[in-house]
Design a protein around this ligand. Structure first.
Ligand SMILES: [Mg+2]
Length: 114
């Protein structure tokens, strides 16, 4: 069984605040800066695939963890319940991309004839 199956988002979030407070980094973790760090870490993740490289598994995991860290951190700073917004966004995506209309196609939602 994977750790993902047995771990809640709240359990992961609970690791973030102590990590930041023990280092006296609260003043640096403003939402704007956390959002920027999230974007930077996402770019580092992309870099692993640049020029059709095959990512090293450890580096891939490290960058995915960095992205998750800052996403969870931002959700804490902004008081956003990730499960609620994720479920809401999936409902929007189902409406934007009805399977019967978009199956096998890669267009943006506003490019489909309805
Ligand atoms: Mg990184």
């Amino acid at each position: 069984m994977s750790a993902d199956a047995d771990t809640t988002l709240n359990a992961l979030k609970a690791l973030i605040d102590p990590f930041i407070k023990e280092r006296d980094w609260e003043r640096f973790h403003r939402p704007k800066d956390v959002a920027m760090a999230l974007s930077i870490e996402a770019a580092e993740l992309q870099e692993l695939y640049l020029w059709d490289r095959k990512p090293d598994r450890e580096a891939l995991g490290d960058e995915m963890a960095d992205v998750l860290f800052f996403l969870l951190d931002l959700s804490i700073r902004e008081g956003v319940d990730l499960t609620t917004v994720f479920n809401g966004k999936m409902e929007k995506n189902k409406k934007r991309y009805p399977a019967a209309l978009v199956k096998g196609k890669d267009l943006k939602y506003d490019k489909y004839e309805r």
